[in-house]
Design a protein around this ligand. Structure first.
Ligand SMILES: [Zn+2]
Ligand SMILES: [Zn+2]
Ligand SMILES: [Zn+2]
Ligand SMILES: [Zn+2]
Length: 765
């Protein structure tokens, strides 16, 4: 959740409504500096007490489950330097998870998958012998069941693990990365001399209309990397419910992203290193735990419940300030106070703490650039992202002010002020500060921190970048892996933020841990602006919805898709394709009002929109039920139900409706779990047709569907068709995600596996 919990928002709203109108006006017009000062007076002990109450609900200590008990014990051993014991206990953590899965009535056909997971865990823990043993059990089980009842995907995984095991035995732990993984073609990459993390084929532009923006300085080809940037700061979003709810395994029951990913580097956790001080923060390694502690967690650790209650934006704001270091924060806050900001450059104009000479050229004068005119992924650049302080509603600004003041007061009360102020900045040594409490409760230093945090919270509304990961969905029996992007963290990327929005962007963004890569998704010729889609894409929403969503960014989109739909009155493709059709003659239904009429004049049927929307809802409900049946292993019933849904949908939805495609996709999944590969492929191809129509044949969405089709054909031994589908999927996905992407690697492994298939297996089909 980006914003504070509803109760706290409600409290702030009531407080705001009860304020003297003159004071409301003063607050509305106040600078960030004055807002914090006023906020300190307005946050009463009443509110603080209420907040403390709310925090109890978000308690960061969880029930002592077996897994977490083992984890804590492991930690204790680790601290004593008893690594062997610790290792064993850590391994218990994930073995415990598997045991939980088994005790939840794991169907026997999934056993090989669990065994594979076990082997993987052991491998990661360096328990090579144990991993070997499990692989041997697995192999004998497969030999017993016969090749044909075992999915090729599993055989492939098994052989991968054997290779990894071999590598681990040959080379010691630290060199693991160097020898693991298949190396794709190296990408051509030349970094821009003026913008860190950007390609040399881009230039930085700045004007009143577009603000800062990136322009192609030479012709760019699809798939070319344009920006590679690590988040300046990122915070894992804890509350996001897991898509694994759709899976049939109890493996992840009760787990959230906060249990599955490293809180610092966002890598997936197999066995985690928890924080010593709280039960919330978990890391992939002792290194990450130590780094996080040193950089920010020693301040955040005891505030876990408060930060969860007040939302991810405030948490990002606090961590930003901690990462930047107090010296840098106070330098930039002081700069923001001085009147003449015509140069927009804290190094060049009024320099309270900097002696830097005004030696810049070229992009000098572009906000956020350093004294050499270079734009870096730094705190200075981040500080210059627009907070749009005048455009936020006064009430929202008040909520944010009250919230950051509450956090700072808590920092002071918990005796953490010294930790905040001594947080070293990368460039500057900390200056020892004397912490003295003033009458309204916050020291001048913490007021500076609060002011910077307020700025960051306001900036986040326009500049927060979601970090997403591809998470496995669907019946995870390993035959066909369906992956969807899921929001994992909220972050600031100062360079990525240079990209303006378009509803029909010419780039695509992907993530690996906290690193983002922007790639051209189509040819971009020299001189054209490079755009990124903030969310509202023309294929997914009609113009009115998009403009509504874009209002939070304080601009009106003038992209070609918006202009065309707005000015020429062209109906959006979304509304045409996702329309209702006439129950009598199947022609498209028309009308913007409550009553829809058949577009076929001879037919003249009319129906209320509410009636059709109601049917659509019922249908979606039925589809959910069918998926529920699939989850509990009743595939035959699921098929019957989905086929009935399809019949029903055909009487009132346009044949191109996205839901029509989704049903085909679900049917393909069900047939795949039954090993009926031909049926599965037939349905998936229909789904692909519809996805292509909506998103385009070269879109990420089509790429994902082709990836699934490749797996189905692969499992069904449809060798030549599988090979051509792999080729197509590879072509599309590598443009969006680059050659190192896990899905691309998997496609290549499938290709290799098919070409090595022994003749006798092929002849058996
Ligand atoms: Zn990590
Ligand atoms: Zn902690
Ligand atoms: Zn637009
Ligand atoms: Zn009709």
């Amino acid at each position: 959740m980006a914003l504070p919990v509803a109760e706290w928002r409600g409290r702030a709203a009531r407080l705001w409504a009860a304020l003297d109108p003159a004071l409301r006006e003063r607050l509305a017009a106040a600078s960030l500096h004055d807002a914090v000062r006023l906020g300190c007076d307005l946050l009463r002990t009443e509110e603080e007490a209420a907040l403390a109450q709310l925090c109890h609900r978000a308690a960061t200590d969880k029930k002592p489950e077996a897994a977490s008990w083992y984890r804590e014990q492991g930690n204790r051993e680790f601290k004593r330097g008893r690594y062997q014991a610790a290792l064993r206990l850590y391994s218990k953590v994930c073995l415990e998870d598997i045991a939980r899965a088994e005790s939840h009535g794991y169907p026997d056909r999934l056993l090989p998958k669990v065994l594979l997971r076990k082997a993987e865990c052991l491998l990661c823990l360096g328990r090579l012998q144990d991993a070997q043993d499990i692989l041997r059990v697995l192999e004998s089980k497969i030999a017993l069941d016969g090749v044909m009842t075992t999915h090729l995907t599993r055989l492939k995984k098994l052989s991968q693990l054997k290779v990894k095991l071999g590598e681990k035995e040959r080379c010691p732990e630290p060199a693991q990365e160097a020898c693991g993984g298949i190396q794709g073609k190296p990408e051509i990459w030349e970094e821009n001399s003026r913008i860190s993390g950007a390609s040399s084929s881009l230039g930085l532009g700045f004007d009143a209309e577009r603000g800062r923006h990136l322009v192609a300085s030479q012709d760019i080809v699809p798939g070319q990397s344009l920006v590679k940037e690590e988040a300046f700061v990122s915070v894992l979003c804890p509350g996001e419910s897991l898509p694994l709810q759709d899976g049939d395994t109890a493996w992840d029951t009760g787990a959230t992203n906060a249990d599955l990913y490293c809180h610092r580097c966002l890598r997936q956790l197999l066995a985690s290193v928890p924080c010593q001080g709280c039960s919330y923060a978990k890391y992939c390694s002792q290194d990450c735990a130590d780094m996080a502690w040193q950089q920010y967690h020693r301040t955040e650790c005891s505030l876990g419940a408060l930060l969860l209650t007040l939302g991810v934006f405030c948490h990002v704001a606090l961590r930003t300030v901690l990462l930047a270091g107090f010296a840098e924060v106070s330098r930039l806050v002081a700069w923001s106070h001085c009147g003449d900001k015509s140069l927009q450059n804290p190094e060049a104009s009024c320099k309270p703490l900097s002696e830097a000479a005004d030696a810049g050229a070229g992009s000098r004068g572009v906000p956020g650039c350093d004294s050499n005119g270079r734009y870096q992924s730094s705190y200075q650049a981040l500080f210059h992202l627009l907070p749009h302080a005048e455009q936020h509603s006064p009430e929202h600004k008040f909520l944010c002010t009250l919230t950051v003041v509450a956090i700072c007061k808590q920092l002071q009360a918990a005796g953490l002020e010294a930790a905040v102020l001594s947080q070293e900045s990368p460039q500057q040594q900390p200056k020892p500060k004397t912490c003295e409490n003033t009458s309204d409760g916050l020291s001048p230093e913490l007021k500076t921190v609060a002011e910077a945090m307020l700025r960051h919270v306001l900036q986040l509304q326009c500049n927060a970048q979601a970090i997403t990961v591809m998470q496995e969905l669907g019946p995870g029996d390993g035959a066909v892996v369906d992956k969807k992007p899921v929001r994992l963290a909220t972050a600031f990327f100062p360079v990525l933020s240079l990209l303006n929005h378009s509803c029909c962007p010419n780039t695509s963004v992907s993530f690996s841990g906290i690193a983002a890569t922007v790639r051209a998704s189509q040819p971009i010729s020299s001189g054209q602006e490079v755009f990124h889609c903030y969310g509202p894409h023309w294929c997914r929403m009609r113009v009115a919805e998009r403009q509504q969503l874009l209002r939070q960014y304080f601009f009106e989109c003038r992209c070609p898709a918006c202009l065309e739909e707005l000015e020429s009155g062209v109906k959006s493709v979304v509304s045409i394709r996702n329309s209702f059709c006439c129950p009598k003659c199947q022609a498209q239904m028309q009308g913007e009002e409550d009553i829809l009429c058949c577009s076929n004049e001879a037919c003249a049927t009319s129906t209320s929109r509410d009636h059709l929307s109601g049917r659509l809802q019922d249908l979606q409900h039925q589809i959910k039920k069918a998926l529920g049946l699939l989850r509990v292993g009743k595939a035959d019933q699921a098929i019957k139900m989905l086929l009935k849904c399809q019949m029903d949908a055909g009487t009132f939805l346009s044949p191109e409706h996205l839901l029509m495609g989704e049903m085909e996709d679900h049917l393909a999944q069900v047939y795949a779990t039954l090993g009926k590969w031909q049926e599965a492929a037939r349905h998936l191809k229909k789904s692909i047709e519809i996805v292509e129509m909506h998103h385009g044949p070269l879109s990420v969405e089509t790429g994902h569907e082709l990836f699934k089709l490749a797996q189905i054909l692969f499992n069904g031994f449809a060798v030549s068709e599988a090979l051509s589908t792999i080729q197509r999927a590879e072509g599309i996905l590598s443009v969006h995600f680059g050659p190192q992407n896990a899905q691309i690697q998997e496609l290549q492994e499938m290709k290799a596996c098919l070409s090595e298939l022994p003749r006798n297996i092929l002849q058996r089909t």
